[in-house]
Design a protein around this ligand. Structure first.
Ligand SMILES: Nc1ncnc2c1ncn2[C@@H]1O[C@H](COP(=O)(O)OP(=O)(O)O)[C@@H](O)[C@H]1O
Ligand SMILES: [Mg+2]
Length: 353
């Protein structure tokens, strides 16, 4: 039995009142008329009046409860419900029978939802703070460098032929770095807000990969790394934004050079036919990525400890952009790696029909 059901509450209260009435009746009538209970009429009068009292108080209680209290709770219930549902039209459950049960369930439900929202907002806030911290950290280094070079030049360096050209060149390099960071950030925010429009065409994936390999050959050579593109016999036509996919392949191969082995380094690109998709794998025999850091390499500004130790260059934005581009194509990218052995990045593209 639910105690807070209006009917049950009314019943309980009426029963208490009636019992008190019966006790008082027996006591008072028994004291005043000592022989009253010899007559059957006394019992009859007691029975009838007690029953009448019970019924009347039952209806009064029930009416008041429903009218004044439950109608207020029902209003609360309705407003909680409509706030929760928002504009969606989830029908209001019939609250007449177990109204308080419904309200309780609704409030508990609401609390869990709000808790989730609060946690998500907190996570976003941490993310936002980290992001701003990262951005300012990245901008600080080149800006301070520029400041240093310009001050030295103004303090007489301009007239010193030994350093004036050199310092201007360094200033130019730092400015280029700033411009690249801003361009990458701009690109990421465009990709994240879904504003980037893809220009989807059909193209031969190995041909594009060879173009990228040629473009990066000099840099690879300097680092004693050899790039091989597994040449398939026939064309492999895929669907996608050719320039964006060029960016993806460039970024991954560039990483394989940057984080590659210093002698006898190898970067190998292989294509796999997977029914409706082409899987492209880019494997290197470089420094590798620790298993604990592997899930984070696609985060913006994330660089591994080994990566930082290997080179000061790099901002940790390349793979974040790569992942966004692949996801904008509704495709997937993954990475596996063994430290000291090498790393493989694999991404899929849709085969052209
Ligand atoms: N092929 C690779 N081998 C080892 N580590 C890698 C490789 N590719 C990426 N990483 C790690 O992932 C991090 C993020 O890569 P990326 O976003 O391209 O940033 P960046 O190249 O600017 O450092 C790198 O800093 C490096 O620590
Ligand atoms: Mg990179």
């Amino acid at each position: 039995m639910k105690l807070y059901d209006a009917r049950n509450l009314a019943f309980l209260n009426s029963a208490i009142i009636t019992s008190v009435y019966i006790i008082l009746f027996i006591l008072s009538v028994g004291i005043i008329f000592s022989r009253a209970f010899d007559h059957v009429y006394t019992f009859l009068a007691l029975g009838v009046s007690a029953a009448a009292l019970f019924l009347i108080s039952f209806f009064i209680f029930r009416y008041t409860l429903e009218k004044f209290i439950y109608s207020k709770i029902r209003l609360i219930y309705k407003s909680i419900h409509s706030v929760k549902v928002g504009k969606k039209d989830r029908p209001l459950a019939r609250p007449d029978n177990n109204l308080i049960d419904h309200v309780q369930a609704e409030v508990e439900n609401w609390e869990t939802e709000k808790q989730h929202e609060i946690e998500q907002l907190k996570r976003l806030e941490v993310y936002r703070r980290d992001f701003i911290g990262n951005v300012s950290h990245e901008l600080k280094t080149p800006l301070f460098n520029i400041q240093g070079y310009v001050s030295t030049l103004l303090d007489g360096g301009l007239e010193d032929p030994a350093i004036n050209r050199e310092y201007l060149k360094r200033t130019e390099k730092s400015i280029e770095r700033l411009v690249r960071i801003i361009a990458d950030l701009d690109e990421i925010s465009q990709l994240e807000s879904g504003q980037m429009k893809l220009n989807i065409t059909r193209f031969d994936l190995p041909a594009l990969t060879r173009e990228v390999a040629e473009f990066l050959e000099m840099k690879a050579h300097k680092n004693e790394i050899r790039i091989t593109v597994n040449d398939p016999e026939k064309l492999i036509m895929v669907e996608g934004d050719r320039e964006r996919i060029r960016q993806v392949i460039t970024n991954i191969i560039d990483n394989s050079i940057r984080y590659g082995k210093r002698e006898n380094g190898k970067t190998k690109v292989t294509f796999y036919d997977m029914d409706e998709h082409i899987l492209t794998e880019i494997t290197d025999n470089g420094i590798g990525i620790d298993a604990s850091e592997l899930p984070r390499v696609f985060e913006r500004f994330y660089r591994t400890d080994r990566g930082r130790a290997a080179t000061k260059k790099g901002k940790g934005l390349g793979l974040a952009i790569v992942k966004h581009i692949i996801e904008a194509h509704r495709q997937t990218i993954n990475v596996r790696s063994t430290t000291g052995v090498g790393t493989t990045f694999g991404f899929t593209l849709k085969k052209a029909k």
